[in-house]
Write a protein that binds this ligand. Sequence first.
Ligand code: PRP
Ligand code: URA
Length: 209
Amino acid sequence: MDNLVVLDHPVIKHKLTILRDVNTGTNEFRKLIREITVMLAYEATKDLTVEKTKVKTPLVETEGYKLSGKKLGIVPILRAGLGMVDGVLEVFPAARVGHIGMYRDEKTLKPVDYYCKLPKDTSERDMLVLDPMLATGGSACDAISKLKEIGCGSIRLLNIIAAPEGIEKVNKEHPDVKIYVSQLDEKLNEDGYILPGLGDAGDRLFGTK
Ligand code: PRP
Ligand code: URA
């Protein structure tokens, strides 16, 4: 699939295993989400443009590079996407941060909106949408639609774990959006949870269950 990049790295495999573990506590869980997000952020921005510049080392002047092109913005989908914000900001400290609040109705599994605040110049930025879990894909598709409604034309989606069902939905509704995941899991269960997954990402991040 052209629009899907799955990180294949031994360090990610190691960290994901600890992340999945039911005995991993909130503190460790948050740290691992942040660490894996740093790697996703590098991968998802591999094609950013650079321009040449000069730099003086202690010994000589040499050629260097600086990032050019569009500025970056990030949009975590609340709540669980918040856990990925610091990981991206470690790589891009000047990125603007918007927030989209939605939760899945437990019965219908459809996303319910409750908040949206985006940077004024969102349409001029390369936007990274953050959510640890891509399950049915409903939340991600709605968040992407919101960005498109205000004219944003460059959107990438970053997930820690995705189900094939979610990938398919995003690809179908938003074929222009590239998806970066650290792991593609097997399937959804009858309650819409990813298997093997890691459970409820929001609850594990914030210790609410
Ligand atoms: C989780 C997760 C995603 C969504 C994924 O959020 O963080 O936003 O479910 O499911 P989907 O692909 O089927 O839409 P949740 O609804 O549990 O809200 P929370 O982050 O506030 O706990
Ligand atoms: N949301 C989660 O937090 N986990 C899942 O497995 C699916 C949706």
